[in-house]
Design a protein around this ligand. Structure first.
Ligand SMILES: [Zn+2]
Ligand SMILES: [Zn+2]
Length: 389
């Protein structure tokens, strides 16, 4: 890894930091990565799944292809970092480090175009709308893997709180699914002083909130991790009137499709049962916002080997603990073998590295080299020269 690519990536990262967008509205970043890749000699296609960008570079004769993925969106947060290259787009900032993710992939694009030999095709997936969890699916629905056949996909997320430059991943479930639910209990409201004339959805709702906690305690395998949280309780009543309706909203995190399905089934059964017992009616809407990020075991082995070459064996953990946050990378991993990994951004300190999604967060440029080294090492190992397939 020459210092030139890291210097370029640092400049690109700081430029990207100044032009954040949110969701699918990431035109400035998409234009920049498309232009940069074109200038580096990559073949670029824009407008995939709205504002997604795919760049491809083919060397030699192999038909194999791997993809390196970066997310492009920032967050609707007012920046407070005080850095000279702070966001120019008021009320929007790169508080999750996706500017750094783009810069690492662009740094790899520079190294692969100029200095590194491989046989096959490297693709770069620059996706919008990671934060809402809809960008990867939009690109896939727009024919991503039909138009750009790809054997394996790899991606990194910077993680404050992990030592800088360490790379952690694991086979199987790495990050949780996020499911949302909305339960509507319809009773019959009336005067708060005359319960004999009403069907009180408030009491039923309270019973449901408590009963939902038995899903984890009594229905889920105790060796699996699941979270069921009720986060909102809304009524149409007044202080002295029993409401007609109660709405309970909540969020469930699971690490497998089976547990997600079980949580949905139990929420429906508990809700219907409680409503029936108290002569009310009920409705449940259950939505899957993020699917679990499930790494392919072979891809994890390749990623771990690339990480060891890039940052040293003592800075790689290939069987780390999963985390309950969610990641849109899951959508690629459902379509093709893939591995997502965490890149340590350094300890969280007062005045130093801030947590993700904080107004004070700024990507740690000191880890750009580790990410670029990881990606280029993956490309040379997965698309080796003189090894046709
Ligand atoms: Zn984020
Ligand atoms: Zn993120």
């Amino acid at each position: 890894m020459t210092a030139d690519h890291i210097d370029l990536a640092t400049r690109w990262r700081r430029h990207l930091h100044q032009i954040p967008g949110t969701g699918f509205d990431v035109g400035e970043a998409a234009d920049f990565v498309a232009r940069t890749c074109t200038d580096l000699g990559w073949e670029v296609t824009t407008g995939i799944g709205g504002s997604g960008v795919v760049a491809s570079l083919t060397r030699g004769t192999s038909s194999r292809a791997i993809a390196l993925r970066a997310d492009m969106d920032g967050l609707p947060i007012e920046e407070r970092t005080g850095v000279a290259y702070a966001s120019k787009n008021h009320g929007t900032m790169h508080a999750c480090g996706h500017d750094g993710h783009m810069a690492m992939v662009l740094g790899a694009a520079s190294a692969l175009a100029k200095d590194i030999a491989f046989d096959g095709t490297v693709r770069l997936f620059f996706q919008p709308a990671e934060e809402p969890g809809t960008g990867a699916e939009a690109m896939i629905a727009d024919g991503l893997f039909d138009r750009f056949p790809t054997d394996e996909v790899y991606g990194l997320h910077n993680i404050p709180g992990l030592p800088a430059g360490e790379i952690h991943t694991r086979p199987g479930s790495l990050m949780a699914a996020e499911d949302n639910f909305e339960i509507r209990i319809t009773g019959r409201g009336g005067h708060a002083s005359a319960p004999q004339h009403v069907i009180d959805p408030m009491v039923i709702g309270a019973e449901i909130v408590l009963s939902l906690q038995t899903i984890v305690a009594r229905s889920i395998d105790p060796l699996d991790s699941v979270v069921v949280s009720c986060t909102e309780l809304i009524t149409d009543g007044a202080r002295n009137a029993i409401p007609d309706q109660v709405v309970i909203r909540g969020d469930a995190r699971t690490f497998t499709d089976a547990d997600s399905a079980l949580v949905e089934t139990r929420i429906r059964e508990i809700t219907e049962g409680a409503a029936l017992a108290h002569r009310a009616s009920s409705e449940v809407v259950y939505t899957r916002v993020f699917r679990p990020t499930i790494n392919d075991a072979d891809c994890v082995a390749h990623a771990a080997a690339a990480a060891r070459r890039a940052v040293g064996a003592d800075r790689v953990d290939a069987s780390c603990r999963p985390i309950t946050a969610s990641e849109d990378f899951a959508a690629y991993a459902r379509a093709v073998p893939a591995c997502f990994a965490f890149l340590g951004a350094g300890e969280i300190t007062e005045g130093g590295t801030a947590p993700l999604h904080s107004r004070d967060f700024d990507f740690n440029d000191a880890i750009l080299g580790a990410g670029i080294g990881f990606y280029t090492s993956l490309a040379t190992a997965r698309l080796p020269e003189g090894n046709r397939s």
